[in-house]
Design a protein around this ligand. Structure first.
Ligand code: ZN
Length: 418
């Protein structure tokens, strides 16, 4: 094994997809696989892996990347509906592709710095976001927003769907893909949801939707349709394999079984639910019992309590599940790490030469616990055999420049608002 795009880490610790630990010399291949190294393969880089921990990268399944523009205490203290209607939507009414470009660059800088290589996003101007993500060398599934209220990018759902039809038809990039982001049952009428579903089917794509985030959403949906949100979405055949259901907090057990049957993804966003005081979050044991594919996401960095830092999101997922269920056995470090990195094809190297990553335990068994509960610095990141970050420096962007750009663009975005 080995080719000139593989990378060798010598004398290191590698955690595999199942959270098991391996010690020695390893090759990281361009296709994302790994193998033991015997030391004589052709490689693009031969690195000293001492004091490094190699793991899969984090995968963030629910974001609004360019909302980095609204980070991090933007209208802090508002509940969800007021926060959307009084703060977020009026500000976003002025958003342009340029805002999105610099917002996504800043978001990606934070993702790479904190060890995430993939975001499943929902935000305006997905084609602009896609170009930025592609240039930075990471991965994304970018959901173009579809809604029955006028959006800054589109006057109606029909033109938003037409743009997605075009993007899905013409995209041939394996790292950057597109989804259809039907915002929620409260912003999308039945006709729009059905058209989005049909468009997804046409392109073998998926829809991304906020589901049962608050009790108000559930009560309103029940009043309007006589059904709870998941039941309602299933009644119009909206739930397809891979449909991304963000939050999925206020969901009954029979709805969870429905989600498992339809093979959708439920995305746990614990810090956003806590920050907006939604009063509840997804119950992981119930979802696991139903057999639903659960992922983890930060939400946009304005509502998230972790920014876009999946190390923090993973910690809070573990804490709130244990707290809510009075059960300290839920989500030990290995399990929360598997949940937060599920399906990752990429690699991160974390700095072990850090007090937060020590002690390592008698049998070096505390690495993942230290990483999740104390945090560590991401030194290297590899995506498709390409170095995105090396020795604590991101290679595909200049972080200082991104900080300057972000502050300048935010100044113009808010037009005098702090
Ligand atoms: Zn969201």
């Amino acid at each position: 094994m080995g080719d000139d795009l593989s990378v060798r880490y010598r004398n290191t610790i590698l955690i595999d997809d199942d959270g098991n630990r391996h010690l020695g010399d390893f090759l990281i291949h361009q296709d994302g696989s790994w193998s033991n190294s015997n030391g004589d393969e052709d490689v693009q880089a031969n690195l000293n892996g001492k004091h490094k921990l190699l793991t899969r990268t984090f995968q963030n399944w629910h974001t609004h990347l360019a909302m980095t523009l609204n980070a991090r205490d933007f209208s802090d203290g508002y509940p969800l509906q007021k926060w959307l209607e009084k703060a977020i939507f009026p500000t976003e009414a002025k958003i342009t592709p340029d805002h999105v470009k610099f917002g996504v660059r800043a978001a990606a800088a934070e993702m790479i710095r904190t060890g995430s290589s993939f975001a499943s996003d929902m935000y305006f101007y997905p084609a602009t976001a896609g170009k930025v993500i592609d240039e930075l060398g990471i991965r994304a599934l970018l959901g173009g927003p579809v809604s029955d209220i006028a959006l800054p990018s589109h006057t109606d759902a029909k033109s938003a769907l037409a743009e997605m039809d075009d993007l899905l038809l013409n995209n041939h990039n394996s790292r950057v893909n597109y989804s259809i982001a039907t915002h929620s049952v409260y912003l999308c009428g039945e006709e729009t949801l059905i058209q989005a579903r049909d468009l997804a089917k046409k392109h073998d794509a998926v829809c991304h939707i906020h589901v049962a985030e608050t009790r108000k959403e559930v009560a309103d949906c029940h009043e309007k349709t006589g059904m709870y949100p998941v039941q309602y979405l299933d009644s119009i055949d909206f739930l397809q394999e891979g449909t991304i259901c963000a939050h999925s907090s206020w969901v009954k057990k029979d709805e969870m079984r429905m989600m498992a049957e339809r093979r959708v993804k439920a995305v746990h966003c614990p810090t956003s639910n806590m920050k907006l005081a939604c009063g509840g979050t997804l119950s992981l044991p119930a979802y696991q019992e139903a057999g639903v594919d659960v992922r983890l996401g930060t939400d946009g960095s304005a509502s998230s309590g972790s920014g876009l830092d999946m190390r923090v999101e993973a910690k809070f997922a573990s804490l709130i599940q244990r707290h809510d269920h009075w059960d300290s056995t839920i989500l030990p470090a290995k399990d929360i790490f598997k949940l937060a990195t599920k399906d990752s094809k990429d690699w991160a190297a974390w700095n072990l030469n850090d007090i937060r990553m020590n002690p390592i335990g008698r049998s070096s068994n505390r690495h993942l616990g230290n990483l999740i509960f104390s945090g560590a610095d991401c030194l290297d990141m590899w995506v498709d055999g390409k170095a995105i970050r090396q020795d604590g420096k991101t290679l595909t962007l200049d972080e200082t420049q991104v900080i300057d750009e972000l502050n300048q663009i935010v100044y113009s975005y808010y037009d005098g608002v702090e």
